[in-house]
Write a protein that binds this ligand. Sequence first.
Ligand SMILES: *Cc1c(COP(=O)(O)O)cnc(C)c1O
Length: 372
Amino acid sequence: MTAPKNLFVGQLNTPDRVALRAAFKGVFERRFYTNHGPLVAAFEDRVAERLGVAHVICVANGTVALMIAAKAAGLSGEVIVPAYTFPATVQALVYAGLEPALCDVDPSTHAVTAETVAAALSPKTAAIVGVHMWGRPCDVEGLSSLAEDRGLHLMFDAAHAFDISIGGRKVGGFGLCEVFSFHATKVLNCGEGGCIATNDSAFAAACRTAANFHDRAGDVETPLRINGKMSEAQAAMGLVGLETLDSVIEGNRARYAQYRDRLEAAPGVRFIDHAAGLRSNCQYVVLEVDPECAVDQMALIEAMRVNGIAARRYFYPGMHRAPPCDARHWNLPITDRLCRSVMQTPSGETTSRADIDRVCDVIEATIDNGTR
Ligand SMILES: *Cc1c(COP(=O)(O)O)cnc(C)c1O
């Protein structure tokens, strides 16, 4: 009998290789590799159409997209942002010369709400960055009215949330802008890549200018420029990936549903049903280990690792306990709790139904045998 295969978190949705080879052939034939070539232009159009937004500016990755958006918005002072997020959300703001004002998140959705953001307001607040955690829209309505009342800019880190909708409207057009990532582990994989989506023409022009050192028609005055360009190779991968995105999401949904059916009622863990009632990309399978569970988060992850299952905790230790923000003391109890209880399990197109059963068997057996 062969040993069971190793399973990883961070699923890679690989575009069709034959189509990708043909797209690359075109890049070589045109000898047009970067500087807003035809594939980047086409990819921007296709993404804008898919998200239902007026402008999409494609860049090298999601982190650079956040940096450029924060800089192009001309902000100064504090920006309220959750501590429970991928480090890029917070560090991009620091790169843009802003001061992160960290806030807590809602314990059930793991995302910011108007209430958690309000606790971090100060006279220096310039903007709010909401994160659509696990691809579930954060409190867009509440944050929009809070931002409007206080005269603050509102942006969203939508890195998890490509092709998600709220009440029939796609994530992408809310706030001043929404930022996406096309990193290899995201639902749409360009290897590396990202974009800024906005309905604001002046802001779009500022982002376009800021993302490129080369002057072009339509450039406007911007405080600072950077080489944030997306290459033709990345756009080729994105265009080909868009062709199979629907079937990728369909596969995600089936795997997600299988996990939910097995784990929804399992003792000791809480299956975070971030897709209930939504059109979600189902890219993330997220569990919280209960405080009363017979094993703790790290013991469960270790037991899975021994069985060839590379489950991982997220986003330990929290941005409030990591440089550069840890120089200050923050009181964010929900973030602390989630960092010690949340884990993701392997999913993705190479994860079979049998693999998911194996993962769930290991989780259940470990908890059954646990002695905390
Ligand atoms: C992936 C991710 C980013 C950063 O995107 P990159 O393309 O990897 O730079 C930002 N925020 C969140 C929430 C992410 O998951």
